[in-house]
Design a protein around this ligand. Structure first.
Ligand code: UDP
Length: 246
C-alpha cells in the first residue's frame, strides 16, 4: 500500500482483472480436506490458496496453561516461504503474530469455549499462495474448519476486505491493488447477528469512503458466508458416514 502505480488500476470502470468495483474474485471453499485433522478447510480466493486445520478440543499441556473455566483457543497464521514473490523467511514475524491474534479474537466471539474447560483448540492456517486478502481468507477457512471439527459455535465468521484504488472504493483488493492502492479495510463479520468481530484499516479513507467500504465488505462477507455454509452442507451430505449425524 502507498506506492504509486505507473499505470491506472481502474480503466473505464473496470479493474485490472476485469472486475467491477463491487465484485469479488472467484472463490472456492472445500470442507474436510485433511484426514488427520479434526476439521479442515481449503479456500481458493482469486490467486490466494489457504488451508486451515483444527485439532481439539483436547486436554491442554502443560497443565499450568489450562483455564479451569474455558478452553484456550490457539491460532497460528503462517505464510509458506514460496507463497509470495520474494521468498518469505520461514517462521513467525510481527505481521503473522498480529494476524494470528486478530483472527483468534474474532473466533473467540463465536466458539463456545466455556464448554471445554482445561482444553485447547488449535487452529493452524497455512497460506500456500498469497495475493492480498489472506487474513480474510484464513479467517474464512478457519471458521469452516472449526465447524467441520464439530466444535460448538454460535455461528460462522466470514472474512472479506474492501479498499480504495485510484480514488474509488472497491471490494476485495488483489495484490496490485493492495500494493498501489490507497486503502485496505479487512472485516470479519457474522451475517446472522450483524456483528463485526474483526475490523482493521490501512491507508486513508474519508468518512464517506469508510462507510461505503464497510458496506461493500459487509455485502461481500454475506456472499462468503453463503459459500461457507454450502461447503459444509456439501461435505456432510456427500459423506454418508457423517451424514447420519445431521
Ligand atoms: N505479502 C508479501 N510478503 C509478505 C507479506 C505480504 O508478498 O511478507 C503480500 C501477500 O500477497 C499479502 C499481501 O502482501 O497477501 C497483503 O498483505 P497484508 O499485510 O495487507 O495482509 P493480507 O491482505 O494478506 O491480509
Amino acid at each position: 500500500m502507498g506506492g504509486k502505480s505507473s499505470t491506472p488500476l481502474i480503466v473505464k470502470g473496470k479493474r485490472l482483472d476485469g472486475r467491477k468495483p463491487e465484485e469479488l474474485r472467484p472463490i472456492k471453499i472445500e470442507a474436510g480436506v485433511l484426514n488427520r485433522a479434526d476439521g479442515s478447510c481449503y479456500v481458493e480466493w482469486g490467486k490466494n490458496k489457504v488451508i486451515a486445520a483444527v485439532y481439539g478440543p483436547r486436554e491442554l499441556h502443560p497443565k499450568h496453561l489450562q483455564d479451569n473455566t474455558q478452553a484456550v483457543l490457539r491460532c497460528r497464521y503462517n505464510m509458506a516461504p514460496f507463497s509470495v514473490d520474494d521468498r518469505k523467511r520461514p517462521g513467525p514475524d510481527r505481521r503473522s503474530v498480529e494476524i494470528s491474534k486478530v483472527i483468534r479474537e474474532a473466533l473467540e466471539r463465536v466458539v463456545f469455549l466455556n464448554y471445554f474447560p482445561t482444553s485447547a483448540i488449535d487452529v493452524f492456517m497455512e497460506v500456500l499462495q498469497a495475493d492480498a486478502g489472506t487474513r480474510c481468507a484464513a479467517l474464512t477457512a478457519a471458521s469452516v474448519a472449526l465447524a467441520d471439527a464439530g466444535v460448538p459455535m454460535r455461528d460462522l465468521v466470514a472474512g472479506c476486505a474492501a479498499g480504495k484504488v485510484d480514488g474509488t472504493v472497491v471490494l476485495d483488493l488483489m495484490q496490485e491493488e493492495d500494493n498501489y492502492g490507497e486503502g485496505d479495510l479487512p472485516l470479519g463479520y457474522i451475517p446472522s447477528k450483524d456483528e463485526i468481530v474483526l475490523l482493521q484499516m490501512d491507508g486513508d479513507f474519508t468518512k464517506d469512503e469508510f462507510k461505503t467500504a464497510l458496506n461493500y465488505a459487509i455485502k461481500g462477507a454475506k456472499k462468503i458466508y453463503a459459500l461457507q455454509k454450502e461447503a459444509l452442507k456439501r461435505k456432510y451430505t456427500t459423506n454418508k458416514e457423517t451424514a447420519k449425524w445431521i
